[in-house]
Each structure stands twice: as C-alpha cells, then as structure tokens.
Ligand binder design. Structure first.
Ligand code: SAM
Length: 305
C-alpha cells in the first residue's frame, strides 16, 4: 500500500467485501474451460494475506497442469516458501529495484533490507524452484543499479526482467521522461558486458522480450511504453473486491463477486467472463500518446502488476 493511502483515517475494507478463497476458486474454475493456463497471485503483497498457501493448494486441486506463479516483494519468502511449494506453487517472481541498501529503503519506503530479499530468493533456489527478478528503472532514481543488479543475478543465475516504468494509477507521478526504455537499458548492459542478442518468444502472449548474454544467461524486457503489446495480451486480472479487469490500465472492473454471491453456477460465470473478454477493446498502451488527461486508471496496488 503506498504511504499516501495509509494513515489514521484510512479505512480498510471490511472482510465481507473481500473476495474469499472459495470465491476465487469459483473464478478460476469458471475460467478453465476458456483456456486458462496460468494463475499469478500478486497484490498488494500476497504473502501478507493469511493462509495464502491454502489458496494455492485449493487452486492446485482444480488442475494439476495449471502454471501457478506468485509476484512478491520477497521479504517474507523464506518464512513461507516450503509451504507454498508443498501447496503446489510452481514459481516465484521477486520485485527488486535496487541492490543498494539506502536506495532500496527509499524506493520501497520501508525499513526492510535488501539482504532479506536476496535471502528470500535463495530460499526459492534451495528448494529447486524457478525464480525471476522484476526490476523497474526510473530515470534519476535507480539507473545506477542496472549493472549491480545484473552482476548479482548473473552470479546467482536468476533471470532478471526490466519492466518499463508504467503510468498505472494516478499516484505514481509518472511522466514519459522518467521512463528508461528497454533499448536504453540494453545499451547500458552492452557497454559493460558483451552486447545482448535477441531471442525468439517462447509462446504467444509472452510479455517479456528475451535477450541473451553469451547464450547462457537471459534478460527479459517488458516494454509496455516503448513497444506496447496490447494485441497479444492474454491477461485478465481480479481485484481483492472480486472485480474483473481486462486491462492493467482499466478505469473500471466488472463486478464478478456480486454475481458469484447470487449463487450463480460456474457455467454461468464462465459465460459472463467469456462475453466480457470477447467484447474487450481496451488497448490503453497503444493510445497512451493521445490526450488521456481525464482518465482515472486503477492503482497498481489495487490489482497487482
Ligand atoms: C505491484 S507489485 C505487487 C506484488 C508485490 N507486492 C511485489 O512487490 O512484487 C507487482 C509488480 O509490479 C511492478 N510495478 C509496480 N509499479 C509499476 C509501474 N509503475 N510500472 C511498472 N511496473 C510496476 C513491481 O515492480 C512488481 O514487480
């Protein structure tokens, strides 16, 4: 939760307004016949939710082949990783924008230490699970972290993915000048290591473009600003209030929770989701440059990255 949302007068959602694990299961079940292949648990901070492993095991019981991933700040990973693995989690993405303690504390606005996050990453490696790192570089904030981050994760053989700083929500004081593009980051890496070589995508809808360093270490770039990929986006998002969002930059979601609470059959929820999905025409990243000053997109802390 960003600090500006936090304070003595901040109202937390009453529990009954939050989608329950059983209700999340209805959503997942209803999406399986539509070709759902991957579920990512994000947030907010997913490891703050009570009994998160229980949700993972409930999802796993629905389909043994489903790819279940989690995006986390990594601080509580070591404490939870064994039960997450036992519950059926396949892989973890850890967000880390700086390896320098001081700038990490400033960026995360917290008293956590980088060492806790690295320890969390190591705990995933120790269990033989796949782990990746997500990094957002902002101009004037952490460009000097590009090389130290690559050095650290090259040594650990953990793939790093650079996400271009996006104008999600309206509280992150985004402007185009603050975006360090994938191309710029590749140039910086190329000056310090051998130049990166582009790889082919692994599957339709893969958001990260992969580049390889000497053939055995890959670095991903998610270039939503400089190279939008709305046309191949296959992601739907569910908020903690049970709203379905068809775009990361949506202003409004569809209230699935009320439908589920009217005791709708799973097959009916499938039909509703299918009709919302087939009608979607949001492609915000492709018309970002047009005048969008009146837009009020949903906050990233609300629907996750
Ligand atoms: C919103 S976080 C939520 C999950 C979890 N708390 C975490 O820290 O990973 C999910 C991902 O979105 C990324 N992210 C947040 N704000 C962003 C922005 N404005 N542009 C691009 N990525 C962003 C974060 O770096 C993180 O990898």
């Amino acid at each position: 939760m960003p600090r500006e949302h936090f304070g003595s007068d901040h109202e937390f959602l009453p529990k009954h307004m939050i989608i329950s694990y059983e209700e999340i299961i209805v959503v997942v079940k209803s999406m399986l016949p539509l070709g759902l292949k991957k579920v990512r648990i994000t947030g907010g901070e997913p490891l703050m939710r009570k009994d998160i492993s229980k949700l993972i095991s409930m999802i796993r019981k629905l389909d043994s082949d489903l790819d279940i991933a989690m995006t986390t700040n990594g601080v509580l990973l070591r404490r939870h990783i064994t039960s997450l693995k036992e519950a059926g989690l396949n892989r973890v993405t850890v967000s880390l924008d700086s390896i320098d303690e001081q700038s990490f504390k400033e960026i995360t606005d917290s008293e956590n230490d980088v060492s806790q996050v690295i320890d969390g990453i190591n705990s995933v490696i120790e269990l033989g699970m796949e782990v990746k790192v997500n990094t957002v570089i902002k101009r004037g904030v952490n460009e000097n972290q590009i090389i130290p981050l690559v050095n650290t994760f090259l040594k650990l053989n953990v793939p790093i993915r650079f996400i271009e700083f996006m104008d999600v929500g309206s509280t992150n004081s985004w402007n185009l000048d603050s975006v360090v593009t994938g191309k710029e980051i590749r140039e910086i890496i190329g000056r310090n290591f051998n130049p990166l070589i582009k790889k082919k995508s692994n599957y339709f809808g893969e958001v990260a473009k992969l580049w390889t360093m000497d053939g055995d270490y890959d670095i991903g770039f998610i270039e939503s600003i400089s190279s939008p990929f709305c046309g191949s986006c296959t992601r739907a998002r569910i908020s903690s209030k049970g709203n379905l969002y068809t775009c990361l930059f949506s202003e409004q979601g569809y209230d699935l929770l009320s439908i589920i609470r009217m005791n709708a059959e799973v097959a009916d929820v499938t039909k509703i989701i299918s009709s919302i999905w087939n009608k979607r025409d949001d492609k915000y990243s492709e018309y970002r440059s047009e005048n969008n000053s009146n837009r009020k997109p949903v906050e990233m802390s609300y629907i996750g990255g």
